[in-house]
Design a protein around this ligand. Structure first.
Ligand SMILES: Nc1ncnc2c1ncn2[C@@H]1O[C@H](COP(=O)(O)OP(=O)(O)OP(=O)(O)O)[C@@H](O)[C@H]1O
Ligand SMILES: [Mg+2]
Length: 331
């Protein structure tokens, strides 16, 4: 739950404070007023990362060098071009924390219009979906994924040096062990999450796992050196959506694909709740304008006791929300 959000020089907001209700809050404003930016800020407090910025300094207001996002006890300070200063500082109750200890304090489930394309989008985005959810509920996963991703970059550098400088292959051994250990942990958690989703009997996902082991690394060693890339492991994972045993990406209608994503998002909500015992805050970015009557009803019925923050560019697109605690913010 997030009660108060204070933005300083974040995107188009120089100084702005918001208070959210415990139930549903609707943020109402025309295009380009900063609705998605508000959700980006909340998501950053939740995960420590932006879903939007490629370089996080992009989210600092054009005319400034320092941005601050503060939500209850959590705070992020972003800076650019200030020598000797960290680009990003994460704080809990005013005390600096590492990413693995900062993320996961505020649980959120974010639903963006582009998520509706997840069935047909790239494997990278499907892996990001898995990581965002698992990172929220599992500190060890946050540690493992950070270490694994760094490890892959280091190992690729060594593969390149084996190819270009003919250094010894024994330089790989340390990194092989590190990747196998972290990679197996990541694979197991992803498998568990996908099994959880399937157990709800709404989605049928098939985990296309790229396992990492000494045997598999041995098998691909020549190709790996030739391409200077680590070719096996969870950074190559994917999953596909099945309907009646057929791949929904190839055979499903657009409506069916969207319906599947609704169930997927609701499964995410249930998973975070089951794993942590906490209700995540639902962040819905103008999602109702994308959905027909039946789809809207599914989302509305799932709100239950969650805190929900909904953005909307046009009130007519919002379904009738019956809630005593409806709060409206006009930007
Ligand atoms: N670093 C920045 N500094 C200042 N303004 C920025 C920065 N980054 C983005 N903006 C501006 O923020 C504005 C609002 O963006 P945002 O995506 O939040 O709008 P929105 O209300 O969600 O609009 P829409 O309804 O079209 O989705 C944009 O006009 C954009 O140019
Ligand atoms: Mg927007």
């Amino acid at each position: 739950m997030i009660k108060k959000l204070k933005l300083t020089n974040f995107r188009n907001f120089t100084k702005k404070e918001f208070e959210f209700g415990e139930g549903i809050t609707v943020i109402n404003a025309p295009n380009a007023k900063g609705k998605t930016n508000i959700l980006e800020a909340i998501f950053m407090l939740s995960t420590g990362k932006s879903f939007k910025a490629r370089r996080e300094e992009e989210s600092i207001n054009y005319d400034c060098d320092l941005a601050r996002i503060k939500g209850d006890s959590l705070e992020i300070v972003l800076t650019k071009d200030i020598p000797e200063w960290p680009k990003k500082k994460l704080l809990v109750n005013g005390i600096a924390r590492r990413m693995i200890d900062f993320a996961g304090n505020l649980k959120t489930t974010l639903f963006l219009p582009e998520d509706l394309d997840l069935v047909t989008s790239t494997p990278t985005l499907r892996r990001r979906f898995l990581d965002t959810v698992l990172s929220q509920v599992d500190r060890e996963y946050r540690r493992a994924i950070g270490s694994y991703e760094k490890g892959v970059r280091q190992r690729n550098r060594i593969l390149l040096r084996i190819r270009e400088e003919n250094i010894s292959r024994s330089n790989l051994l340390f990194w092989n062990q590190l990747l196998i250990k972290n990679g197996n942990y990541i694979t197991e958690r992803r498998r568990e999450f996908i099994e959880f989703i399937n157990s709800l009997n709404k989605c049928n996902l098939k985990y296309d796992s790229s396992a990492i082991s000494e045997g598999r690394l041995e098998q691909y060693k020549n190709e790996e050196i030739a391409s200077a890339m680590t070719l096996v492991g969870p950074h190559r994972d994917d999953f596909i959506f099945l309907k009646n045993d057929r791949d929904l990406a190839s055979y499903g209608s657009r409506g069916e694909q969207r319906m599947e994503i609704l169930w997927l998002k609701l499964a995410e909500l249930a998973f975070v709740e089951a794993k942590t015992g906490e209700l995540p805050t639902l962040l819905l970015d103008d999602i109702f304008s994308e959905l027909d009557h039946e789809h809207r009803k599914i989302v509305l019925d799932s709100i239950g006791n969650h805190q929900v923050i909904i953005t909307s560019a046009d009130e007519h697109n919002l379904p009738k929300i019956k809630s005593e605690e409806l709060k409206i913010i006009n930007l």
